[in-house]
Design a protein around this ligand. Structure first.
Ligand code: NAD
Length: 343
């Protein structure tokens, strides 16, 4: 029986259209070999490139597309930095669709330099609150304040996502906070995680301060399984974790809520590489693999993952960030060829 999913595709800015273009071609190849999987791609405009034309980086038409689809594959977008400019598209979509959990896996990959050979961890980051709540004020000239909002409800929700993930993995969860300094906000987060832990007796849970965690990610990253933390800490720790397993060109991220998922590379729009066909498309391809998993298409997801691993292991098609000189397209074509060969 055919299974049909409507996928919103937002190519974005900078290197976005190049890496998303390749990821969509990989998904088309997956469709061909699966036979019973039907992905309908619906393209939407979003990003810095829209501001002049629409006065916003997320036009209404694109919001309608998101509402009518099962999931979104999103390219990186340039965030406007002028005061009063619209907020980041990723942040807006996360809030609008209550995509409260940001999942960023980090794993040593074959043929790729990694700080340790056996890193396999996932950072689950609360995605809607903390300092990213977006309430910042200049209360007097030269004096700014930002609100850090943490609620038990949102903390418990993200904790459940993390514990469910840990149950399917090595059953070890680390709660990262800084309760010794931020006693109220991080206290609420930490206590929510430990309250939820009672629902998951098979998962061993411990805790770490964020500064110590940043150090332990370098010292002994292989010890960690699932890490759950608040928005800002998670943003920073996940870039660090990406760097110890081959770099940001390989790191995917999923933003999930109860009814919708948005999948994107962790990296930004890298404007200096735009239009040069040299960016690594693997982060976006692995984001689309996470999307297939979230849709319940595990076999298709495995096919993507194996093809990526084979191409990395072979080492012939590598972009500049992995020490090669292959183009974005070359890497995509090698992955597509591998998928079609298996099919
Ligand atoms: P960036 O991730 O775009 O680039 C930093 C550097 O990382 C690049 O110069 C490049 O050397 C390398 N890099 C990034 N992606 C790569 C890839 N696929 N292949 C090879 N090398 C890669 O970070 P930045 O320069 O801080 O941000 C640029 C813009 O992107 C900013 O406007 C920022 O706000 C935005 N941004 C958007 C998102 C998002 O859309 N979710 C995420 C992060 C940053």
């Amino acid at each position: 029986m055919q299974r049909t999913y409507r996928i919103a595709v937002l190519p974005g800015d900078g290197i976005g259209p190049e890496v998303v273009g390749v990821a969509v071609d990989v998904l088309r190849a997956i469709q061909r070999v699966m036979g019973d999987l039907n992905l309908e791609f619906i393209y939407g405009e979003a990003g810095y490139n829209c501001i002049e034309k629409y006065g916003t980086n997320l036009p209404q038409n694109t919001i309608e597309i998101l509402k009518e689809t099962h999931a979104c594959l999103k390219g990186p977008m340039t965030t406007p930095e002028e005061p009063g400019a619209p907020p980041s598209v990723a942040v807006t979509i996360r809030k609008m669709f209550n995509l409260y959990a940001n999942i960023r896996p980090c794993r040593s990959l074959p043929g790729v330099w990694s700080l340790k050979p056996n890193i396999d961890l996932v950072i689950v980051r609360e995605n809607t609150e903390c300092l990213y709540f977006g309430k910042e004020y200049e209360v007097a000239p030269g004096k700014g304040i930002a609100l850090r909002v943490i609620t038990r409800e949102a903390s418990e929700k993200v904790a459940r996502v993390a514990f469910r993930l840990a149950e399917r993995r090595r059953r070890y969860l680390t709660c990262v906070h800084k309760k010794n300094i931020l006693r109220i906000t991080d206290g609420i987060f930490r206590d929510a995680v430990f309250t939820v832990s009672k629902e998951f007796p098979s998962v061993y849970v411990d805790e770490e301060h964020v500064d110590a965690m940043a150090m332990r990610l370098i010292k002994e990253p292989e010890r960690f399984d699932v890490i759950v933390t608040t928005n800002l800490y998670g943003d920073i720790l996940s870039d660090e974790a990406a760097q110890i397993t081959g770099g940001i060109g390989l790191a995917p991220g999923a933003n999930i809520g109860d009814n919708y998922g948005m999948f994107e590379p962790v990296h930004g729009s890298a404007p200096k590489h735009a239009g040069k066909n040299k960016a690594n498309p693997i982060a976006t391809i692995l984001a689309s693999k996470m999307m297939l998993e979230w849709l319940g298409e595990y076999e298709a997801a495995r096919l993507v993952e194996r093809a990526v691993e084979d191409v990395l292991r072979e080492g012939k098609a590598r972009t500049y960030d992995l020490g090669g000189n292959a183009t974005t397209r070359d890497v995509g074509n090698a992955i597509i060829e591998n998928i079609l060969k298996r099919g």
